[in-house]
Each structure stands twice: as structure tokens, then as C-alpha cells.
Design a protein around this ligand. Structure first.
Ligand code: GLC
Ligand code: CA
Length: 515
């Protein structure tokens, strides 16, 4: 099932712009990340996912790559990135880079060549029609900007032309088949990028829009999956310890068919994940499960999650996340007490969990202007709040030069304060990750099953391996009595949970782990 280190991996996602500035220019950088590796290790995270740090015009925060093999100068040099790999490895931390295989920046040299009227090696690297006037079969496209007579397809924003991996059903002369030489060349070019960084010491990739390669791929994405299986064959042969994590959010495809080691469970309206943490767009108010007394039931999560888990558990891992750079921070709707329970759940579930930088201190979703194509996502991308110093320990640059504004409120959460407070969210997360590392039953592989999801009078009770866990996000005391509890002892708790005479008492907003 892939690299062994994933079994006990707890990831930390770093948005490099906003994590730590080391040279006072107001923007985070690789030396800054290196400086904070001890913090990451003490948080209990033993793996990193770094958002794209490659040369880019930053029309989409770096998801518009101009040179896949060059670190963006604002973050440092390729040597700095290699130093990050080395320093991380010295602390037992693996590092995933962000691979964007579906599109590049329109400033990428491949695209510039491809946009020329004269045919050349890169003419087929992107998806072009053979006419500038007739659009592109209902797909987003741009025409009229290039010397080449044709429209080119977009994969995301206007600056992100789609790379050409072919069409499942080529029915126009300009559509490549999936095994056409130009489609195969694109695949080899991406493999070459992967090999470049793997050879320099990276431990794998988080793959952006991993399902977006082949166009008009059928409902089950069979052709896109076949490309990833081919890439996985390369990885198994030459980089067996490297991991592939997909932004796909469909484990039946990503894990069972495409061969990814882990797949994110993303926040999509009304899916199981959404009902846990951020149900705020539901009509009639927020019923998210961890919001105290919202009336939300864990059953909404389970109905979506369980079939996915059962179907894919033999193949790979579902990754539960606290949040990511695309979604509102959970502190937008949940209090610190609620977040503790939510994180306790995320960090005791199977698969490979991810903590988004700043969520461990409950950083807020800020109301800020869009930056680098962030739009409403920008509020989750503000600088890490380390201390009460000027620039909050993020940067020594003057406030107006910072990549994005800091949380200006007096009670803005920060690392320094929370490290001193045993009751803080940060301290709780550090204890939870330690608990997970100490018990194989709480790690990626141990089976998960539901013991009780009838929450009228009892908490939600679930099993991981031989351990029994319970959570009660409501404000009412709940009890659970069962022969299963015989011989168990309380190994961890949040709130005043207690176990006596086979009865587990769970006061409002509590969590318990029984070993
Ligand atoms: C993914 C990234 C997002 C980016 C998009 C286009 O969804 O997470 O930030 O804008 O792909 O690359
Ligand atoms: Ca800097």
C-alpha cells in the first residue's frame, strides 16, 4: 500500500508566502520554513506539504507555474529547497511538493512556443482548436490573443492553459487521442519534472486537480486513472518511498483506480466533510456537527464517509483536513472549545490527516482584499501569527509591505501565548498528535467502525482497532453503558469525561479515548 512512513504520518500544510519571512521583504520563504522546522516537529507533524514554490507570475498564487524546475526567487533558490529537504529529513519530517500537472502559466516557455504560428515541438503540448472563431465544445477557452490561429483551452483561470493529455473521444481533427505522440510527450514531460525533484530529495507530491488530465474522460475517469497508474509504476520502480496525494476527493477513483496513496476529503457543499466543520451555507442555519447544540448529527458524515472508506481502505488512505488554502478557516464558525473536539476527531480517524498552518492556533478567516487570484480564499492565506512582536514574528518588514495583513485584533491568536497555556488549542493538538504517534490503533491503518451513532442520550462512540473513542459536541451530559467498556481505562480526555463501573459519562463538549 505504498510507503510505510504514511502509516504514522501527520501532515502540516505550509502556504510558503505566509509562513515565515527570513529576510525582511514581507513574504515568507524557504529559509523561513527551515527556521520553523523544530516548531513543526514539536507540533507532532512528521510530514509537510508545501504549496507551489516554483517560478510563476503568481496569477493564481503559484498554481500557474512558469518553470517547474526553478524555485521562485522570492522564496529562495533550488539549493534552499534541497536544504529544506535535508533539514526536514534530519528531524524525521518528509516533504511533499505541489505538482500542478493539468496546466501551466501562459508565461511558461512551452506555452509561448505552442502559441507560435509555425509548428514546433510544443505545438501539441496544449489543447488548441484549428480555428480562432468557433470556440471549444462548451469548454472555457481563449482566442484572439496569439499568432497561432486557434483557441486554447483553459483548465482554471484565464492564465492557466490546459496541458494536452488527449481526449477520450477525439471526434474533431484538432483533438489528440490519448496515445497520440503529443499527448504521450506531455505525460513524459510531467514525469521528468517529478523525477527532477525526487532525485533532489523530495518525498513525493500533492497533486493539484489530479482528475483533470484527459478531456471528455468518461464518468469513471478511466483514461486519467490509466495515466496515474503509469506514473505510479515509475514511482514504485524508482522511488518506492515517495508518496502521491491527490486533490480528487473521490477515493473510489483516486485510490482504487488511479493508484494514489492518499486522497483528500475536500469540503464540497453538503458532503460528509462539510457537515462536520462548516455547514454554514445550509438553508436554515449551520448544523455542522462540531458546532455546539447545532442539532447536527454525525450520521450525515457517516452516510457519506463510510461507503467511501469501506470501498477504498484496502487501496489507500482518505485524508481528513482541518482546512486548506482554498477553504474558509474552521475558526470562522467554530470556537476554540469546538475546534478541540473537531481536531480530536480528525486526528483519531483512519488515513492520513492534514493540519493547515495556523489552524492549530485557531487563526481566523480574515476579511481581506484578494491577492494573487485568491479572491474569497485570501482570508485563509494570511501570515502565521507567531508572537506579540511587531509583525507577529512573521516578518520584520513594515506592516504595509507584508504579503497580506495580519489579524489586527487584540486577541489575535498566536503561537507564543498558546505554548504557555496548557489549556490552549495548540497544546491540545500537541497532546493529540503525541497520542496518535503512541498508539498504532489511532494511526492510518487500524480499522474504524461505529459503535453508537444514536446521540439522543449517548455520545457518538467509535472504535479504532482495540480502542474505543467517544465524542459529545453538545452542551448536555450524555452516557454510554455497554459490556464493551469492561476492562477499559481512560487514556485521554478533553473535558471531564469519566469511566466508572462500565459507564462512560460524557459532560457537554467532551472527548474520550479508552484503551
Ligand atoms: C487547486 C488548488 C487551487 C488552485 C487550482 C488551480 O484546486 O488547490 O488553489 O487555484 O487548483 O490550480
Ligand atoms: Ca522573504
Amino acid at each position: 500500500m505504498g510507503p510505510k512512513w504514511l502509516k504514522d504520518a501527520v501532515f502540516y500544510e505550509i502556504y510558503p508566502q505566509s509562513f515565515q519571512d527570513s529576510n525582511g521583504d514581507g513574504i515568507g520563504d524557504l529559509q523561513g520554513i527551515i527556521r520553523r522546522l523544530d516548531y513543526v516537529a514539536e507540533l507532532g507533524c512528521n510530514a509537510l506539504w508545501v504549496n507551489p514554490c516554483f517560478d510563476s507570475p503568481f496569477m493564481d498564487a503559484g498554481y500557474d507555474v512558469r518553470d517547474y524546475k526553478l524555485v521562485a526567487p522570492r522564496y529562495g533558490t533550488n539549493d534552499d529547497l534541497v536544504r529544506l529537504f535535508d533539514e526536514a529529513h534530519a528531524r524525521g519530517i518528509h516533504v511533499l511538493l505541489d505538482l500542478v500537472p493539468g496546466h501551466t502559466s501562459d508565461q511558461h516557455p512551452w506555452f509561448k512556443e505552442s502559441a507560435k504560428a509555425d509548428p514546433n515541438e510544443y505545438s501539441g503540448r496544449y489543447i488548441w482548436t484549428d480555428d480562432a472563431f468557433w470556440g471549444m465544445e462548451g469548454r472555457p477557452y481563449i482566442a484572439g490573443m496569439t499568432e497561432r490561429a486557434g483557441a486554447y483551452m483553459l483548465n482554471f483561470f484565464a492564465s492557466q492553459p490546459a496541458l494536452n493529455y488527449g481526449w477520450l473521444d477525439p471526434h474533431k481533427p484538432w483533438m489528440s487521442a490519448i496515445d497520440a505522440p503529443e499527448a504521450l510527450a506531455t505525460r513524459e514531460a510531467i514525469k521528468d519534472v517529478m523525477r527532477f525533484w525526487l532525485d533532489l530529495g523530495c518525498d513525493g507530491f500533492r497533486v493539484d486537480m489530479a482528475d483533470s488530465l484527459v478531456k471528455n474522460d468518461d464518468g469513471c475517469k478511466s483514461a486519467t486513472c490509466a495515466i496515474w497508474r503509469d506514473i505510479r509504476t515509475m514511482m514504485d520502480a524508482d522511488y518506492p518511498d515517495a508518496a502521491l496525494v491527490s486533490e480528487w476527493s473521490n477515493p473510489a477513483q483516486a485510490l482504487c483506480q488511479a493508484g494514489f496513496h492518499a486522497d483528500f476529503y475536500l469540503d464540497h457543499h453538503f458532503n460528509g466533510y462539510n457537515t462536520l466543520l462548516r455547514d454554514y451555507e445550509t438553508e436554515g442555519g449551520d448544523h455542522s456537527y462540531f458546532l455546539k447544540d447545532s442539532g447536527g448529527s454525525i450520521r450525515r458524515f457517516l452516510a457519506d464517509y463510510l461507503p467511501k472508506y469501506e470501498q477504498s481502505r484496502e487501496y489507500g488512505y482518505i485524508s481528513l483536513i482541518t482546512c486548506n488554502h482554498d477553504t474558509p478557516r474552521p475558526a470562522r464558525t467554530l470556537s476554540a472549545a469546538e475546534l478541540k473536539l473537531a481536531y480530536a476527531f480528525i486526528l483519531t480517524m483512519p488515513g492520513v490527516p492534514f493540519i493547515y498552518y495556523g489552524d492549530e492556533i485557531g487563526m481566523r478567516y480574515l476579511d481581506v482584499r484578494t491577492k494573487e487570484g485568491g479572491y474569497q480564499r485570501t482570508g485563509s492565506r494570511t501570515p502565521m501569527q507567531w508572537s506579540r512582536d511587531e509583525g507577529m514574528g512573521f516578518s520584520t518588514a513594515p506592516a504595509q509591505q507584508l504579503y497580506l495583513p495580519l489579524d489586527a485584533s487584540d486577541d489575535a491568536p498566536c503561537v507564543e501565548d498558546q505554548l504557555r497555556d496548557a489549556d490552549s488549542l495548540l497544546s491540545e493538538i500537541r497532546r493529540l498528535t503525541a497520542l496518535r504517534h503512541a498508539h498504532e490503533d489511532l494511526q492510518a491503518d487500524a480499522p474504524f467502525s461505529v459503535i453508537n451513532d444514536d446521540e439522543d442520550a449517548a455520545p457518538f462512540v467509535y472504535r479504532r482497532g482495540k480502542m474505543i473513542l467517544a465524542v459529545n459536541p453538545s452542551s448536555r451530559e450524555k452516557r454510554f453503558e455497554d459490556g464493551l467498556l469492561a476492562g477499559k481505562r481512560l487514556a485521554y480526555r478533553i473535558g471531564e469525561a469519566s469511566l466508572a463501573d462500565g459507564c462512560l459519562k460524557m459532560p457537554g463538549q467532551s472527548f474520550a479515548v479508552l484503551a
